[in-house]
Design a protein around this ligand. Structure first.
Ligand code: SF4
Length: 358
């Protein structure tokens, strides 16, 4: 590692431990660092993660309460107006179905349930429906954190959610203000920022993050990260674009695992003590480097996403244990369980009539 990078990373770590915001130049330098320096960048941001969150990983589960047929036109979204993506489309699921999904999530170690619905924003009736689901879940799991993500929020709807026992509200800024008009025409960046404020003002824990891989520049990423920091969310989901066929961003595979890790490292430096969550696109874009992402983020989604399937929950739990992390709310780390089923006696290649494994 060259001297300048060593100095940069030391400064970033010292600043983050003091909860200071990096400078724009420092942030851009993290994104511009080379693949040869990747492990040094991960190690530095990992020190910040360890300082504030130890070896804990928080697990969250998404319940898609209402899927597809949205009137908005967010170009990254498979549920958008005119989407031809072959995703599930259904109206509100009933509270019992939401509670049953929550049962499985809690058994898997999740401590937060995210109730999500497509649409511009919730009506009073929608919020009533969500309140019934919250009640059904809370009756069975009183200690669970419930987050809702229902679109643009008015103060009245926010109050309704608070009264229903909702803990947090998610509304992502998604991309920089400068880039926002390229990804959506039916609402504005300012609308989104207002909703984050409305949620906070009502007493909901603000959750707001981003999506990367939509043609943004490094400067867009830094501008967004700093804008988000000003919004001061308690949790920050970092999504990597899933370029659905049937949406305007189909075919946009712009990310590498290394790029994703640099973005996550930057977010850890900008949000040293906030929950940074690797969200949609984790498996697609981090690929076999997912465990390195755990050294940066302290939170992931367990199981499936809104309209795509995630890797098997069992594999997530195994990955967390293998990488030496422990699930938030559970006992200290135990060594990974033995896997005798992985010992496969070779029956192919030399000495057999079956082609070799290559
Ligand atoms: S408002 Fe939400 S559900 Fe609707 S298109 Fe945008 S991201 Fe998708």
């Amino acid at each position: 590692m060259n001297h300048a990078l060593t100095m940069l990373l030391d400064d970033l770590v010292d600043g983050a431990l003091a909860r200071q915001v990096p400078t724009v130049d420092q942030a851009l330098a993290v994104l511009a660092s080379g693949d040869d320096d990747l492990l040094d960048v991960v190690a530095a941001a990992g020190r910040v993660r360890r300082h504030f969150f130890g070896n804990r990983v928080k697990l969250n589960l998404i319940v898609n309460m209402k899927s597809g047929l949205c009137p908005e036109d967010c170009s990254y979204c498979s549920q958008r107006r005119g989407s031809e993506a072959d995703v599930l489309k259904y109206n509100w699921i009933d509270p019992a179905a939401a509670a049953e999904t929550a049962d499985r999530a809690v058994a898997g170690g999740a401590t937060r349930i995210c109730l999500v619905a497509s649409g511009r924003g919730p009506s009073e009736r929608d919020a009533d429906r969500v309140a019934l689901a919250v009640r059904a879940i809370k009756e069975r799991h009183p200690g669970i954190e419930i987050c809702t993500s229902l679109g643009l929020l008015t103060p009245d709807r926010a109050e309704q959610l608070v009264d229903a026992g909702v803990y947090a509200y998610n509304h992502n800024l998604n991309t920089s203000e400068a880039n926002y008009g390229h990804i959506c025409s039916t609402h504005t960046y300012a609308d989104r920022r207002d909703t984050v404020e409305t949620a906070r003002d009502a007493g909901l824990s603000p959750c707001s993050g981003a999506i990367f891989g939509m043609g943004e520049t490094d400067r867009d990423i830094v501008d967004l990260a700093f804008d988000l920091r000003r919004a001061d969310p308690d949790s920050v989901p970092v999504n990597f674009l899933i370029p659905f066929d049937g949406t305007p961003l189909a075919g946009e595979w712009q990310l590498t695992p290394q790029r994703c890790l640099r973005i996550l490292a930057l977010f850890r430096f900008v949000f040293p003590a906030s929950e940074v969550r690797i969200a949609g696109g984790r498996e697609l874009h981090l690929r076999s480097l997912q465990p390195l992402g755990l050294h940066l983020a302290n939170s992931i989604f367990l199981g499936d996403y809104l309209t795509t399937e995630g890797q098997a929950a069992h594999d997530d739990l195994q990955m967390i244990a293998d990488a030496g992390f422990v699930i938030e709310g559970q006992q200290d780390h135990a060594p990974p369980a033995p896997r005798p089923e992985l010992v496969a006696i070779r029956r192919r290649g030399p000495g057999t009539d079956v082609p070799t494994n290559a």
